[in-house]
Write a protein that binds this ligand. Structure first.
Ligand SMILES: *[C@@H]1O[C@H](CO)[C@@H](O)[C@H](O)[C@H]1NC(C)=O
Length: 231
């Protein structure tokens, strides 16, 4: 290697070592902000952090409450909520459910249909979605609902057209609704041929009626079925 190149490289490595040493020294001398105050006579820094990832005592639900309050007051939320309210009002007027019905909502999103139903006076609403939204919606797979057979009076599958396996999605709602109970599903707005195809997905229920509705800003078709047997 040429002499002057070697010299140059040595200079560079010396400079690097000096910079690294100075940085370490600086870090050593400077107390990070996150450390507790050494002049505090009773620091107990361990009391300020959760003891483990499973320790919820220091995580209050106020942040969820606050976030929910903000979300529930947005225009998008209230518009969607009122579209669900008017859908449920027409179903209620036809006696498909009452205040005392046990209602299941599948694909409940962040929970507008739950609020719509409780707003109408229904107090037993169970709602599931792939992602939970406490306190309104729990997490569950629509293709494998964690509920016993025939325990609901009304089962509402909000987004059948987005299901990976529509037959299974419908089958799970049918399974969890009692004989004589009502299943409601909605799909992207469609004609009677498509409605016939959707009705065929139901194995234990008879068709009651279908209607085009505006739901959450989309033109959709809702289909009502009544469960006839649960064998
Ligand atoms: C259902 O509950 C709502 C709200 O509590 C009430 O206004 C309504 O009268 C109730 N309907 C019936 C039929 O009891």
């Amino acid at each position: 290697m040429e002499k002057h190149v070697e010299k140059f490289l040595k200079k560079i490595s010396f400079a690097s070592i000096t910079i690294a040493t100075l940085t370490l020294l600086l870090l050593y001398l400077q107390t990070p902000d996150t450390c507790f105050d050494p002049s505090d006579p009773d620091p107990k820094p361990h009391t300020r952090f959760p003891k483990s990832t499973c320790d919820f005592t220091h995580r209050t639900y106020t942040s969820i409450d606050k976030r929910n309050r903000r979300l529930w007051s947005t225009k998008a939320w209230t518009t969607t909520l009122s579209s669900y309210s008017s859908l449920f009002k027409t179903l209620q007027a036809r006696n498909y459910f009452s205040n005392h019905s046990r209602v299941l909502i599948v694909s409940a999103g962040p929970g507008q249909p739950v609020q719509a139903l409780t707003g109408l006076g229904v107090d037993d609403v169970t709602a599931v979605e792939l992602v939970d939204s406490p306190p309104l919606v729990s997490r569950a797979d629509p293709h494998n609902l964690p509920f016993f057979d025939g325990i609901f009076d009304l089962g509402f599958g909000v987004y059948l057209d987005r299901a990976l396996f529509p037959g299974r999605y419908v089958g799970q709602i049918e399974r969890t609704v009692r004989v004589g109970g009502v299943c409601v599903v909605t799909v992207e707005e469609c004609g009677s041929d498509e409605v016939d195809e959707i009705v065929k997905l139901f194995k234990k229920s008879r068709f009651v009626d279908s209607k085009n509705v505006l739901l959450a800003g989309e033109r959709r078709t809702r289909i009502v079925m009544i469960v006839e047997n649960n064998s």
